[in-house]
Design a protein around this ligand. Structure first.
Ligand SMILES: [Zn+2]
Length: 113
């Protein structure tokens, strides 16, 4: 279960930021998970519960936001949400482009005190 390792590094960042802010408790952690990131939110929640026991984040709320895949068209530069299975630009109709969001696993915000 690689979610355990992912959550471990997310929590490390959260604890660092919390310490920098001079806080002793973490109340809420908000994550943004791209739908192509390959992680299961339920597994992240489980890892969060297991890893925060006896830490400053014990009992904190884990808020997971899903981010849809977005592609930037190589031809016209428009950003669009692809319609499976073939992605074509919704503005000019060109196929493909670069995936701009959808793979991220980000610590979006943190509530501490
Ligand atoms: Zn286009």
């Amino acid at each position: 279960m690689h979610e355990l390792g992912i959550m471990d590094s997310i929590l490390r960042t959260a604890f660092e930021r919390s310490e920098e802010a001079g806080a002793s408790r973490i109340h809420r952690i908000t994550l943004t998970i791209g739908s192509l990131s390959g992680v299961a939110p339920e597994a992240l929640e489980f890892a969060f519960g297991a890893l925060t026991v006896d830490t400053a984040a014990e009992g904190a709320t884990l808020d997971i936001r899903r981010n849809d895949v977005r592609i930037t068209c190589a031809v016209c530069g428009a950003e669009y949400v692809p319609e499976a299975p073939v992605a074509c630009c919704t503005v000019c109709g060109s196929p493909g482009g670069a995936i701009t969001t959808g793979r991220e696993i980000e610590l979006t915000s943190l509530e501490v005190s």
